[in-house]
Ligand binder design. Sequence first.
Ligand SMILES: [Zn+2]
Length: 441
Amino acid sequence: MNAGGTTRADIGIRDGRIVAIGDVRSAARELDAAGKLVLPGCVDLHTHLASTPTFTPLDDFEHGTRAAIAGGVTTVCSMVYQEGTLRAGIERGLRDAGRSLADFAFHIVVTDPSDAATAELPSLARDGHTGLKVFMVTPRFGDRITDYVRLLRAAAGAGMLTAVHAEDHETVVRATTLLHAAGHDAVRYFPESRPAAAEDIAIRAAAQLAAKTGAAMYFVHLSSRAALAALAEAKSGGLRVYGETRPLYLHLTRERFERPDAALWVGQPPLREREDVEAIWDALRGGLLDTVGTDHYPHRRAAKLAPDLAFDRVPPGVANLETLLPMLYSEGVRRGRLTVERMVDLLATSPARIAGLRGKGEIALGSDADIVIFDPERTRTIKASEMHSACDYDPYEGWEVTGWPSVTLLRGEVAYAEGEILAQPGQGRLVARDPSHGAPS
Ligand SMILES: [Zn+2]
């Protein structure tokens, strides 16, 4: 099963690669996939598994990729942070990923767009590190705009893709200050502190930077109708821009923030309205959005629900790697919102192409044998206690899902089968990224 269509065939694997599709007569080892869907392993371009000098995430590479493999995700891109040099961030990421069970690559978060950092780009790109990330939501972005423009221009020249967290800093600060001044500190005010207008303004500003510099941009975690409209305009202007949404915005609405445990669902941007949810499904179906990435970054229940935390002090992020594929299948394909081929495109083919991840994202001769044998009839109720994340709650606790991975292969090795993790820490490898900009091949 591929983004381009579905056929019934055997798949032959040798030395970790797909070497035959069709009638494979005999093999040293056979896996029976009768009655199941055979999908390319999913590629999640948005995770936070690497540490920083001051912080190690609850789901580090080992825990996070256990969840990934169990959920049919075979390649993860993690954010790594500049530490003086950009290269130092990559080196930390490589050390952390030494415990990875899935294949991996990085986006380097640029916090200081100095001339020295910009000068590093060509050598990083040559080494297969072609991903950057910038946060427009920090004051630094506006303060250093000239430097960021220089960085983006160099990124375009080096064939790098820049991931963009597009929320306008001033809009968020203004709304947050007004809420605090009115004594509205509770988490139920969180959505008002980060209005959809902040996304709209930031995406439009970023699109102007893309036009000016030629940079290819990947807008992460788009959540609203306003964001989609801004993305559509940027795309119709011929810019090389791509849009990602995240599962939270497909499955949940702002109503969660009325609950006493609202903080459990805090991520940036916040959950939106029912109309936004429907618009995002439409954009996935119609092709305006290119990928679904998890932004996997869980925190323990006690950290999220610490007493008297103001809405802007709750650590943002949730676990999502294990439920990404089954929930998109259950809520998307089974409900008729997406074809299974479109789902494969969103979760595997497009992310691999956009990020230039060589050998990933499709079942094709010569590709890595990253394969999910998916049982479309298996019904399961999501329980945090059965998930592989180190987190002690799941944002979809109690959700009934039909369709779940039975077996996950990573480069031909059985990494996960029927509830059991078989891959070892360290089995994952760095995936070299082409300077592709995601142009269709
Ligand atoms: Zn993120």
